[in-house]
Design a protein around this ligand. Structure first.
Ligand code: PEP
Length: 249
């Protein structure tokens, strides 16, 4: 039985004041979240503060990106070992904004995935197609290429400690959500692709959906059998809305 998981991706939002208030709100309501594991991923500079504020809480924290290098002269980069130093649990890898705005290739994403695991952290590997790719009937091909870049280099065993997030790019921050059926179809495809190599690992890996999830649509998406929770952007910035999504998972 897979535990559901809801992770807030705060992107480049927040300030010390707004994060303190958001976390206080989430902490106040977290006891009402019965089933889901909950996590938040602030910008790097707020990780230490979030770690302090969440000490002793069931809420986990993580980062939104990481370097593919261990250490050295890489100005502006942050190593996985540094994230481990601040007790991060998760690191979001290959978010569509990284792939499409910053040109990260699937090969680079696979290197980052390896560094996250080597530091003892859990990658949240994001995959998903652009609108034109969906319209051209290439969704499975695109998602398979993104997954295979990790599978062929890190192996199926690596998915024992990984989370996958299916995030159709056309649904991220656009207000357009995939239908529950569209999400289930791709989630089942992902699980089946992993099952070709190991059915047990495929059955236990958490696959989150991301793309304009809100309190009003979360339950119908999360009820699908291969959807194990969500990676939440905009709606994770309001405590009540985020908690309602967590309760739906
Ligand atoms: C995301 O950034 O991972 C995301 C799903 O964003 P939103 O919920 O705002 O679409």
């Amino acid at each position: 039985m897979r535990q559901s998981l809801v992770v807030g991706n705060w992107k480049m939002h927040g300030s010390t004041a707004s994060i303190e208030s958001l976390l206080n709100g989430i902490k106040q309501g977290i006891a009402q979240v019965q089933r889901a594991q909950v996590g938040v991923c602030p910008s790097f500079v707020y990780i230490q503060m979030v770690a302090e504020l969440l000490k002793g809480s069931v809420i986990r924290w993580g980062a939104q990106n990481v370097s593919n290098e261990d250490s050295g002269a890489f100005t502006g980069e942050v190593a996985a070992s540094m994230l481990a130093d601040f007790s991060c649990t998760y690191v979001i890898i290959g978010h569509s904004e990284r792939r499409h705005i910053y040109g990260e290739s699937s090969a680079l994403v696979a290197q980052k995935y390896a560094k996250v695991q080597a530091a003892g952290l859990t990658p949240i590997l994001c995959v998903g197609e652009l609108l034109n790719e969906r319209e051209a009937g290439q969704t499975e091909q695109v998602v398979a290429e993104q997954l295979n870049a990790v599978l062929t280099t890190q192996g199926i065993e690596s998915f024992k400690n990984a989370v996958i997030a299916y995030e159709p790019v056309w649904a991220i921050g656009t207000g357009k959500t995939a239908t529950p059926e569209q999400a289930q179809e791709v989630h089942a495809f992902i699980r089946q692709l992993l099952a070709q190599q190991d059915a047990n690992i495929a059955a236990q890996v958490q696959i989150l959906y991301g793309g304009s999830v809100k309190a009003s649509n979360a339950a119908e998406i999360f009820q699908k059998p291969d959807v194990d929770g969500g990676l939440i952007g905009g709606a994770a910035l309001k405590a009540d809305e985020f908690l309602a999504i967590c309760q739906a998972a």
